[in-house]
Each structure stands twice: as C-alpha cells, then as structure tokens.
Design a protein around this ligand. Structure first.
Ligand SMILES: [Zn+2]
Length: 80
C-alpha cells in the first residue's frame, strides 16, 4: 500500500496546512484509465491518493509506489 508519508503536508500553491486526502480508482472499463498497465491485480485498476487543499482548491493525484515500480517496463509509458 501507499506510504502516507509520501504525501505532501503543505500546499505547494498557497502554503496552507489544510490538506485532505482520499483514495479513488484510476478508472478503466467505462471510465478513462489514467494508470494503464500499472496495476498489480489484473481485475482492478490501481488507486490514486487524491490530496485537495481546502484553502485554494489545488488538487493533486499521487500514484502508489507499488504501481510506480512498473513505469519503466511498461510499453504505455514513455520517460520524458
Ligand atoms: Zn492551497
């Protein structure tokens, strides 16, 4: 599972500490799949950790480490 310590504690935009997090599916099926080929289970899309700043609304998505580990070997992802 994702290590919560990887998530930000302050907002990059307004420097507020009023951050809230949740987990949502990265999609697939009838919805867009935002993390293609990064799942660790064939039947389920990976989850994002979503962090929202209550003060300014900046919203950030974070991909768990177990899914990021597949980036370099996946044909769907190209290193910038
Ligand atoms: Zn903010």
């Amino acid at each position: 599972m994702n290590d919560a310590n990887e998530l930000p504690r302050t907002c990059d935009r307004c420097k507020s500490f009023e951050l809230y997090k949740t987990q949502v599916s990265s999609g697939g099926g009838y919805a867009p799949n935002y993390l293609p080929q990064l799942g660790t289970k064939w039947f389920a899309a990976p989850n994002f950790d979503v962090v929202v700043c209550a003060k300014c609304g900046l919203t950030q998505f974070f991909t768990p480490a177990e899914n990021r580990a597949k980036l370099s070997t996946s044909s769907k992802w190209r290193k910038l």
